[in-house]
Design a protein around this ligand. Sequence first.
Ligand code: NDP
Length: 463
Amino acid sequence: MSQVRNRNNTEKKVVSDEERLTDQQKKELADLKKVHPANEFGGIIGTFLLTFILPVVVYWIWASLEFNEGYLLRPAELSVEGIKAFFVNLYNIVMEHAYPTKQATIIYFSWFFFQAFLQHFVPGRKVLGSPLPGGKRLEYTLNGWASWWITMIAVPAAAYFGLFKATILYDNYGSMLTVVNIWSFVFTFLLKIQAKIQDDEERMSGHFFYDFWMGFARNPRIGSFDLKLFCEARPGLILWVLMNFSIAAKQYETYGFVSISTLLVCAFHAWYIADYYYHEEAILTTMDIITEKFGYMLVYGDLAWVPFTYCFQCYYLYKHLVAGAPIQITIAYALGVVALKCFGFYLFRWVNSQKHEFRRNPDHLIWGKKPDFILTKRGTKLLCSGFWGICRHLNYTGDIILSWAWCLPCLFDSPAPYFYGIYFTTLDLHRCWRDHNACLEKYGDDWRNYCKRVPYVFIPRIF
Ligand code: NDP
């Protein structure tokens, strides 16, 4: 009898998830299933072109570094014939030197699944992500810091004890790049199938290439394994650092020393990634995790673009010779570059941490004062104090300064090593504009109000 009464009482209390949602949350969920306009990244044509042009750009700069001492390969003449000959030449280089070999496939997938193993099995702190539309919060296991150190000890140790050569990544660069290009396509198709089966697709436009680029589900998972967090944070980022080290090892093997410029670039990049893992929780409040869907843009960016292009400075420093030897810089120049790097890093780190800390604990003092904020209709708070009261994206300013500091050790013979600075400045300008539009959509008048209170974006009183 009492069991029945208990059950009845409990039944009265059970309110379906649907009923518990506020009107705002219901509207957010309904909006996700509406057809969305294909208006980002140049729309249907832009995303189609980007999908195929980006891999060609990477092959082009790599071929320039590997076969032309870092000077950009160009058509011999600006005519249809000249351009055709240029592409035929590039195609031949790829076929001959970037064919997806069995060895490259084994290396890459051993790496990929080693990182997946670490993400799944290394113990870590459990934290909740930011609220998603509808208010749901996903649980993440943060074990990046431990996984980073396990990898940074295990891989050099394996090379030291002769399991493979330290130059293995450089020696297989071209073939691995092709393996990853193919894998990015296959992986994105698998994400599409998973999202379709689980009815997890959101903000779809109905245009195949646009949706392929923008993605399907926001947080696809296999059990508790978060595919987006994994790709964002593991196989690409650490491979980038190891790729640098492998190129440095090649420089050592060839010339018997590692140049100051190469040491600086390797140290800067390793520091950036170590810091990333040290502050791993901050990734959960980034646009990639909160807002973006998981599709080819992020898959290709995370798996191919980051590790295979962010190492171009090191690649250039190995291949580009001045009077038959690697580039040499003076100590004074090196110190200037380090000073710029430290300034950029200070901005980047503390601006990001300030927002993150505020979101975790809104009462935490900022520069000795209680933070000022706008309480939005969504329930989240927009910080108007500290760095976030000076400009709306000083974190991007810091990152842009960093990106140029990483290029400067290459000196100025060729634009190829400046690829990262140019790309990253463009990315952050575009990202800022996209984030502005996303926030306008999310917050409406609250965001307009914030923009009025903090009118500058990157540089106080200028821009
Ligand atoms: P932000 O960390 O600036 O995140 C933007 C989001 O933060 C907004 O959508 C909004 O989301 C929230 N927000 C905006 N203004 C405020 C405010 N005043 N108070 C509180 N919350 C606010 O940008 P990203 O996620 O793009 O980037 C994070 C860092 O990662 C940057 O430094 C960036 O440069 C770096 N990065 C580096 C890359 C690389 O390849 N090296 C690639 C991509 C990023 P909400 O309110 O919904 O939380």
